[in-house]
Design a binder for this molecule. Sequence first.
Ligand code: ZN
Length: 129
Amino acid sequence: MDKQKESPKTAKKRAKEMETLKIMIAIYCNGNHQGKKGWHLLSGHPEIRKLCPECQELETFALSRTAACPHMATKTFCSACKTPCYPNDRRNQIRKVMRYSGPRMIFHMPLKALKHGFLSAWQLLGRSK
Ligand SMILES: [Zn+2]
């Protein structure tokens, strides 16, 4: 699909997904790689975050996939998408992140998470585990 012709709604969805990815990876990194202190601070200040190099790399990758996703109008979430634009190792990585951050994110940011259709994507991942 031509990005130029993307509807405002789809563009917004894309932006939201990228934002959600950033928050989820930050929650995961703070909870798993940087001691237990960090992640709960994120709920109020999602911009205050520092990723370890590994998560920074994953974030860069995930954001680039979302930016280039041709299925944005119809899909729920990149890592739950049927199109294999994530190589297997990346897919496993992002699933791990989603499984960890999903419940925490829904708890801290229920509206944002629900709006995104995130719940369904998360359940889907849970089933295919
Ligand atoms: Zn990390």
